[in-house]
Design a protein around this ligand. Structure first.
Ligand code: KIV
Length: 285
């Protein structure tokens, strides 16, 4: 191993641990995974502990989604969240993830005006928050923005199909790419690949359409509600691990009951405080 070759030698962002080198997931690893038919794993993360936990679990990509708007900040949709609100969350994730690729979502209104606006916003996420790449929503119409970012050294994940930032234009949460619109989705996918995106998220797309696009593209596809023929999958962690309760989208599978665990813990704590059994002598000075 050469100390001077960062790709080989540098273990983590800090380069601190020489004992247990872990290679950072990079764009070429994802391309190679697609070529080998190895599925890519992606989850959202918005803070240091979930990021560290998902990283430890071997999740390949951590997305600081603009879904933080409705999953962390209490808004109804992803539209209100700002760049200034997302940057500290991104910094927390980037500071904790030793192996995973950290993907910063560009929020609504921060890149649609022009390629220059998109570039300046993306630079903030890379410089101020330590993101490794950015994600933005849109198809062929976003090709100039994607080209500007990639030419400026910023890797881009595109996001097509149902794009939550356009929920009002799309008439709500609806499957995209059914019937005749499948051809447009395919053109969008090819246009963003041509513009330089290194991966594409496909949301709420019929499984067969997502499968055809996956086979046609050379870049990896990451599905959410797009069936099991994509090269990878992404879910919002509060949905996947049951912190959020209530009605879930059909594409969500729940793997844990974090809400139940927190509820039990909080009730037990309250009981102990009310009964005077906490703090005990072992917690006192
Ligand atoms: O913001 C987000 O969490 C996303 C995922 C749903 C892909 O864009």
């Amino acid at each position: 191993m050469s100390e001077n070759n960062p790709e080989v030698a540098a273990p983590y962002g800090s380069g601190a641990s020489k004992a247990a080198p872990v290679k950072r997931v990079r764009t070429h690893h994802l391309r190679e995974m697609k070529a080998r038919g190895e599925r890519i794993t992606m989850l959202t993360a918005y803070d240091m502990y979930t990021a560290a936990t998902f990283d430890e679990a071997g999740i390949d990509m951590l997305l600081i989604g603009d879904s933080a708007s409705n999953n962390v900040l209490g808004n109804e949709t992803s539209l209100p969240i700002t760049v200034d609100e997302l940057i500290p969350l991104t910094r927390a994730v980037a500071g904790s993830a030793k192996r995973a690729m950290v993907v910063a979502d560009l929020p609504f209104g921060s890149y649609q005006a022009s390629p220059e606006q998109g570039y300046l916003t993306a630079v903030r996420f890379m410089k101020e928050a330590g993101a490794h790449c950015v994600k933005l929503e849109g198809g062929a119409e976003m090709a100039p923005v994607i080209a500007k970012l990639t030419q400026g050294g910023i890797p881009v994940v595109a996001h097509i199909g149902f794009t939550p930032q356009s929920e009002h234009a799309l008439g709500g949460y609806r499957v995209q790419g059914r019937g005749e619109t499948a051809a447009r989705l395919r053109r969008d996918a090819l246009a963003i690949q041509e513009a330089g995106a290194f991966a594409v998220v496909m949301e709420m797309v019929p499984a067969d359409v997502a499968g055809e696009i996956t086979r046609e593209l050379t870049i990896p596809t990451i599905g959410i509600g797009a069936g099991n023929q994509c090269d990878g999958q992404v879910l919002v962690w509060q949905d996947a691990f049951g912190l959020r309760t209530g009605k879930m989208a059909r594409f969500v599978k729940q793997y844990a009951d974090v809400h139940g665990a927190l509820l039990e813990g909080a009730k037990a704590y309250a009981d102990d405080v009310r009964s005077g059994s906490f703090p005990g002598p072992e917690h006192s000075f």
